[in-house]
Structures are given as C-alpha cells and as structure tokens.
Design a protein around this ligand. Sequence first.
Ligand code: KG4
Ligand code: ZN
Length: 358
Amino acid sequence: MAFSFTGPVLGIESSCDETATAVLDRTGRVLAEAVHSQLSDHAPFGGVVPEIAARAHLAILPAQVRDVMARAGVGFADLAGVAASGGPGLIGGLIVGSQVAKGIALAHRLPYVAVNHLEAHALTARLPGLVEDGAPFPYLLLLVSGGHCQCVAVEGVGRYVRLGGTIDDAAGEAFDKVAKLLGLGWPGGPALERLAATGDARRHDFPRPLLRREGCDFSFSGLKTAVARVVGTYPAGALPAADAADIAASFQRAVAEVLADRTGHAMATMRARYPTARLLIVAGGVAANGAVRTALTREADTRGFHMVAPPVRLCTDNAVMVAWAGLERLRLGWTDGLDFAPRPRWPLDADGMRRGLA
Ligand code: KG4
Ligand code: ZN
C-alpha cells in the first residue's frame, strides 16, 4: 500500500570503511550530507581492519549525524523516517549504524528502515535528476566494487534477480591485489589507473577468464595469478617503472574486456526476459575507471542499451543512497521492527530480500 509522508529522511552508512550520513527531503533532494573516509586508519594495514572500522564509526557517527541534521536545518522530530545500512558488510560497523538509527527512531517515534546496502547501490540511479525519466524499472545493474561484482536485474523496489556474479575475487579486489604486487599501496584501483595511463596495454596478453562463456559469471583470480607470474620474473624490488606501467595497462585492459563481455551476456539475458529493458547502470568504485567505463559504454551501444554510471561520489559508499533506498521503501509503507538484527551476509535476490532470514 502506498504511504504518503511529508518529512525528510535520514540515512546512515557504516557497512565498511566509510562513515556517512545524509538527509534528503521527501522528493529525494539532498539537504545535507557527509562522508568520512577511514582510509588513513586502515592504509598502514593494507586493507580494512574490521575492529578499527567499528571503533571509528562509533567515534565519528554521533557528531556527524548532529552536524548533518543541523546543516539540513531539520530537527529529529521533523523526520519521516530513519534508514541505515543493515547489511551486508562488517558486523561491527553495521551494529553501530543500526543502533544509532534505531535509537533516534525510538526516541522520536519514527519509522525505521533497515536498508540492504546492495539495494541502496541498485536504486541510486533513481535519485531525481540522475537519469532522464528517472530510471524506470526494469533495468540492469552491474555492481563492481572492492567487495562485490555482480549483475542484477532490478525489477522493482525489493525485487532483484541476480543474473551472475564473481566466482572468486571481486573486480576491485583484483585491482587492489595487482596494485599491491606493483607496490602501489592501498586502495590500489586509482593508483593503478594512473600508472596504466603511461603503459602499453598490448604488451602482455593476460588471460581473460570466462570470456565468451555462457552465462554472466565473472572470475579474476587467474588473471591476478598471471600478473603475479610476470612480476615474479623480475628480482624483488627491481621492476622498472616502465615495465610496471605496461603490466598495469595490460591488466586493466583485460579486466575491462572481461567486464564488458560478461555484462554483454547479462544485457542479452535481460533483453530476453524483459523486452523493454534498455538501461545499464554501473555502480561501485571500479565504475570510476575510465577504461572500464569506455569498454562498457561500447558494449552497451552495440546491444542497444544506454549505460549510465552515477557520479563517482554516488557510486562509492555514501549515505545519500541509503536515505534514498529508505525513502523508496517508506513510500511503499515498508518499515522494519527495532528488533531487526544486522546481517553481515544479505544477498540481493528474492529469497535474500525476504526479511528475517539468517
Ligand atoms: O565501492 P567502493 O568505494 O567500496 C567498496 O568496496 O564497497 O569500491 C572500492 C574499490 C576498491 O577496490 C578500489 O581499488 C576500486 O574500487 N577502485 C578502482 C578505481 N577507483 C576505486 N578500481 C579501478 N580504477 C579506479 N579508478
Ligand atoms: Zn558499497
């Protein structure tokens, strides 16, 4: 049943290493937002440390919520609802964000929405002004981040069909691991892209796992191993910068080709199942990569799809998308009980989206 409300919605994101808060008015306009990246807390360890992340969320979030609410000019009692990422993600951070949201909801008698973080990425394209005519359902989502790599048919709010996903590493994880092999630090994607810009992408013919195979699954670990083998032919610490650039460029080209090929299959599947579908949305940190965008745009064009990647700040983890997903759910009258238990694993398909599953 449709549900009408007039107040703004508060959104909270704390599933990984971004602490973020946003307030959107009931049309989806951003009144205020903040994203605190914990990168510098985790960088010395070469990856996200769950316990450090949870403590950082706890240290940052309460003041961030107060600040964003003040900048939005909104009092807690004016809100129409409070939404927080309830999973999937790191349990410590999920508990922190969910408890803050539940506390506000309880104190001010507001509806609470436990948002699936993947659903938030999936619905971002429907934020007002991002896609012409507002990204009507159904559309195809390619989610490519450090933790996720999957193609999803988005049929409606709460209605997702996973068409394929990675059978080993996520695409961003492959970027990070290869960047580490090349001594580029963490997170590696942006540094690897910068290095690749100066290299020869045709020097190494790295494997393209699953290329032209049936289905829409992805695989990156064989590619990463092939890169490790080439790097291993140089004495430790003696990889010349020009050779590193050629490796980076060749690796990036292979990833872009694989992503385009697999997503191409997903577009064909999508078209067969939903004849009106013609929109491909790409989200997640890897969507920031120029070579990946170019390859996907070309593939979409040849298949009669229109590819849209939201601006990078909305592709990577943020709270605007969480508030927006909360708003889409509130519009349908869908809320959650304060007994909702955060779910570190929470798949984005029909069974997973049913609430209360372990
Ligand atoms: O979506 P995101 O910010 O966080 C999650 O993983 O949820 O994605 C981060 C991932 C990292 O693996 C990072 O290396 C990758 O996205 N990434 C990139 C680029 N920018 C970020 N990979 C390739 N090229 C980039 N320009
Ligand atoms: Zn994410």
